[in-house]
Design a protein around this ligand. Structure first.
Ligand SMILES: Nc1ncnc2c1ncn2[C@@H]1O[C@H](COP(=O)(O)OP(=O)(O)OP(=O)(O)O)[C@@H](O)[C@H]1O
Length: 626
């Protein structure tokens, strides 16, 4: 079985982050180029997002128009009429201001309604794409990637992205346009005064640039640490029994607290940077306005601009100041989103080497003749587990695979249904390289029952019928279910609270190790594959149950080609012949009796299996408390 990533001497949380190297994915791209990768997912939502953008722009322009009305008011009716208490001249400007205010509010409402729906759709589409890809990626990917990182990328990061799409992005675009239009109005309204205001943009740009560079790094760190923390929770909850049994709950808590504290410190750094930039972005426009005030009063006194223009200038500047002051928040939202995009695409753009062939071979009639030719397999850059291995499994035979622990038996089994692909050599089914078959076809032909049985949060029926064609008539499916449960001696399911409809698995009812293993065996049998791989399928059964299962298994195995990984002598008895795995190769092949007589390594392995068995390492159908 695959090695666990966490050394047993340490608690899961102690193991520290098992975070894949972020690598170059997205890091070399500009924020625009990075975010542009979302375009295919965003495209269907684009019309509403663009409409929302126009609504937001309309709202902003309506706000910018109000000072112009006030300027007209000050320069016209105010100067001429109100002095003689002629208030009628105020009616139209007042109505115009009211109308613009209402328009602004209405457009903000429209914007919200327009963008909310597409935002959630984009988020859901991105999430589905990611999950689809995760299901396709090979086991080697999942060996390296911690679950918490994948969880945080598909949940928290995509939530960040949605918020940015429906709020941050529009805010950014509207802010830029508001500032550009506003500064244009300032220049048109008060010439020099506008230029002085514009000069304030220089320090703002420098501060924003430096902030972006710093914040990007901290945002990535924070989102990665979030993933690590999620991973620690996941591992600790998953291994809660081990932690309890060894009294290591306190250690797990201490390690978790350390990681949570690290994340807290990163968040404080993030907030500190945001606070600094927000203060600076508050201060600079206010200081600029103060300078403008002195200069404006002087220019007005000198007759170079009117009082109305001065009033309009300050009202417009107050509106332009809003987006400048909010720039820190808008930028940080954008950088958080960019980090989320990078992290998302780091997974989504991981190439999947285990794909369907472009010109698949169609096999309608699979006999189940399996041949491994000169097979070498290694995990990543590690030394090969299997090296130049040859093994022939003629159709309809049962071969037991025997070897010392860690010799590569499970690894070999995983090559047959392409859970791993060979590093070199070929695995053939009826003379066809398995890589030339569609994976769905191959996996219909080859079923595996793993030693460590995984049950899903579903009914007993759904768990056992997992590998059975959905299109088969219900009666046929039920017949297979009944037969498989019978062979696997899994009659206990009828005594469960809701019989075959009882929910089991992660969220369901607790089953003992032996019960789980029998359901996993039933699942492989029910699939009625041409090739059946049983990875030590009886290891958790008590002697009586094992005998009953073995007796029934003999009949079932007669219909297919079988590879049975054997950890105990009684399992070897199921086979016509035995293959000995040693040093990455099959070193001997023959019947149990022949090998006992001729092969010293086989005798040694069998002796060690027997002593393990006698010492009670296997065969305890123990209740695994859930
Ligand atoms: N995902 C992995 N990454 C790296 N090395 C691995 C991985 N899975 C297994 N190995 C290594 O490959 C070797 C073979 O492991 P495998 O599980 O195939 O052995 P096995 O013969 O089935 O062992 P056992 O009898 O204990 O179940 C071991 O040295 C193991 O540490």
């Amino acid at each position: 079985m695959p090695a666990t990533s966490t050394p047993p001497s340490r608690t899961p949380a102690d193991a520290g982050p098992r975070r894949p190297d972020p690598g170059p994915v997205g890091a070399h791209l500009s924020t625009l180029a990075s975010v542009r990768r979302l375009l295919p997912a965003v495209r269907p939502a684009l019309p509403r997002l663009v409409a929302g953008l126009f609504a937001a722009l309309g709202a902003s322009l309506a706000a910018l128009a109000i000072p112009r009305v006030l300027q007209v008011l000050v320069e016209g009716p105010l100067a001429a009429g109100v002095a003689e208490h002629d208030l009628t001249a105020l009616v139209w400007p007042t109505l115009a201001v009211l109308g613009l205010g209402l328009l602004e509010a209405g457009l903000i409402l429209v914007r919200r309604n327009l963008v909310m729906y597409p935002g959630t759709r984009v988020e859901a589409a991105l999430r589905m794409d990611l999950f689809r890809h995760l299901l396709q990626l090979p086991a080697a990917f999942h060996d390296r990637w911690p679950g918490g990182q994948l969880l945080s990328r598909s949940m928290a990061d995509l939530g960040l992205l949605r918020r940015w799409l429906v709020f941050g992005l529009l805010q950014l675009v509207v802010s830029v346009i508001t500032v550009v239009v506003g500064v244009g109005i300032l220049l048109a309204t008060a010439g020099w005064l506008g230029l002085v205001y514009l000069a304030g943009a220089v320090p703002v740009a420098v501060i924003a640039y430096r902030f972006s560079r710093r914040y990007r790094v901290i945002a990535r760190l924070s989102q990665d640490q979030n993933g690590d923390l999620a991973n620690t929770v996941e591992e600790s909850v998953h291994g809660i029994r081990v932690l309890k049994a060894f009294g290591r709950g306190g250690d797990a808590l201490a390690a978790f607290t350390g990681q949570a504290e690290q994340l807290r410190r990163t968040e404080i750094r993030k907030a500190g940077n945001q606070a600094t930039v927000t203060t600076a972005l508050h201060l600079i426009p206010e200081l600029t306005l103060a300078v403008c005030l002195v200069l404006g009063v002087w220019l007005t006194a000198d007759g170079q601009i009117t009082v109305g223009a001065l009033a309009a200038f300050f009202l417009t500047a107050a509106i332009v100041n809003g987006p400048v002051v909010d720039l820190g928040m808008t930028l940080s939202m954008t950088l958080n989103a960019r980090t989320a995009v990078d992290r998302y695409f780091q997974v989504l753009e991981t190439p999947n080497p285990l794909t369907d062939p472009t010109d698949p071979v169609d096999r309608t009639d699979v006999h189940g003749h399996v041949t491994l030719r000169d097979v070498t397999f290694r995990h990543h850059d590690e030394p090969p587990v299997l090296e130049h291995l040859d093994l022939d499994l003629p159709a309809g035979t049962t071969t037991a695979l025997v070897g010392l622990t860690g010799s590569g038996k499970s690894t070999l089994a995983m090559l047959l249904p392409r859970i791993h692909d060979v590093t070199a050599g070929t695995v053939e089914l009826d003379g066809v390289d398995v890589r030339r078959l569609r994976r769905a076809d191959l996996r219909r032909a080859v079923a595996v029952a793993f030693e460590d049985p995984t049950l899903f949060s579903a009914s007993v029926r759904d768990n056992v019928l997992l590998g059975v064609d959905d299109t088969l008539p219900a009666t046929e499916r039920e017949a297979r279910l009944a037969e498989a449960l019978d062979v696997a001696q899994a009659g206990f399911v009828h005594d469960l609270p809701h019989g075959l409809d009882t929910r089991i698995g992660e969220e369901g009812l607790s089953l003992s190790g032996g019960q789980r293993q029998r359901l996993a065996l039933a699942r492989a049998i029910a699939a009625r594959p041409q090739v059946l791989v049983l990875d030590d399928p009886l290891s958790a059964l008590d002697v009586a149950t094992e005998e009953a299962v073995t007796a029934r298994l003999h009949d079932v195995l007669a219909g297919s080609t079988n590879l049975v990984i054997a950890h105990r002598p009684s399992t070897v008895a199921l086979a016509d012949r035995v293959a000995v795995l040693d040093g990455g190769r099959i070193t001997a092949l023959g019947t149990h009796a022949e090998l006992l007589a001729t092969d010293a390594h086989y005798r040694y392995v069998i002796a060690s299996l027997e002593s393990d068995w006698a010492a009670g390492e296997h065969g305890a159908d123990q209740e695994v408390a859930r």
